[in-house]
Design a protein around this ligand. Structure first.
Ligand code: PGA
Length: 312
């Protein structure tokens, strides 16, 4: 009979999933030596090597692969038990695990503020990752709820829109198009664009929009962060198509303009998603209700029509 702790399994699952001791330590908010110690104890108990480190890369051994598959089931079962206990103890307490795409960082933490104030007994773990990593988490059923802009097709999910997510075209304020009142979409095909990394929902959307218009997208540069893209736009490297949410914390308002492109802003939505048939905990249901009832509060103000370039 092996004596393995839940903590060791959680640590192993994180290292195996992230393929890195340091990233696992970061995710679990512990030091790297703590992660190494948990893995060593687990190795000793199992009596076979589970992980191999070659250079900086971590690989799973045969035994490690079996344990990784088993871990997901154990952790989910245990999570359900913890939630049942929390539900039995009283309605509004326990842990809420939300995974949200990168671009939601402009409003999700703010949304959580009033929710936490209203339900101080609920402890929230918010995981912010890009769309592809979020879908991996969804397929592994790692969180209670998922927030994203482009729900996947072909997966058994339930999704509910809860907030507008307009998409805008950004240019440096000095760009000749920034002065124009009406720009045809086709004109954008001549402009270089700064785009998000593959796997991002924003990237997927810009590619779809150009495809729908039957026009090529000229990629000048690919960057993994909305903030970096705005800096590149301000620096004159190209245009960008981003969610308007990314502008809400703009610190240097005079450097970027929203272009008046026909058909823009494209109105899309932020969705709260869960696997179809997932038994939501009381805490997750409470949050869902909170999102629904705060729609009005959260809705961004609509733009009034402007004549010149709209600066942010
Ligand atoms: P992203 O997702 O942050 O991965 O680009 C945004 C979206 O889905 O609209």
């Amino acid at each position: 009979m092996m004596h393995v702790s839940l903590r060791q399994l959680r640590t192993f699952e994180a290292v195996a999933r992230l393929k890195s001791f340091s990233r696992a330590a970061e995710e679990m908010h512990v030091t790297q030596p703590t992660v190494s110690k948990q893995i060593r104890l687990l190795h000793e108990e199992v009596g076979l090597p589970l992980l191999e480190q070659i250079g900086k890369k971590v690989f799973l051994t045969e035994a490690g692969k079996h344990l990784y598959a088993t871990c997901a089931d154990w952790l989910e079962t245990w999570g359900r038990f913890e939630q049942t206990v929390a539900d039995l103890k009283g309605v509004k307490q326990g842990r809420l695990r939300i995974a949200a795409v990168t671009t939601t960082k402009y409003f999700m933490p703010r949304t959580l503020g009033p929710f936490c104030a209203q339900y101080p007994g609920i402890d929230i773990a918010l995981e912010v990752v890009n769309r592809d990593r979020l879908l991996e988490r969804l397929m592994r059923n790692q969180d209670d709820l998922y927030i994203m802009g482009v729900p996947p097709e072909g997966l058994e999910i339930e999704s509910e829109p809860f907030l507008e997510n307009p998409l805008v075209v950004l240019a440096p304020i000095s760009h000749p198009m920034a002065q124009r009142k009406r720009i045809r979409f086709a004109e954008l095909a001549d402009e270089p664009f700064i785009v998000r990394e593959r796997g991002s929902g924003t990237r997927l959307t810009i590619e779809r929009v150009f495809k729908e218009h039957g026009l090529p997208l000229k990629v000048r540069m690919e960057l993994g962060s909305n903030e970096a893209i705005k800096q590149a736009v301000a620096g004159g490297l190209g245009l960008a198509l981003l969610s308007k949410s990314t502008l809400s914390l703009e610190s240097s308002p005079q450097e970027i303009a929203i272009l008046n492109v026909a058909g823009f802003p494209i109105v899309r939505y932020w969705y709260v998603v869960r696997p179809h048939g997932k038994q939501l905990s009381v805490v997750a249901n409470t949050f869902l209700e909170f999102l629904r009832s705060h729609l009005q509060l959260l809705s961004p103000r609509r733009d009034s029509k402007t004549d010149g370039p709209r600066t942010i």
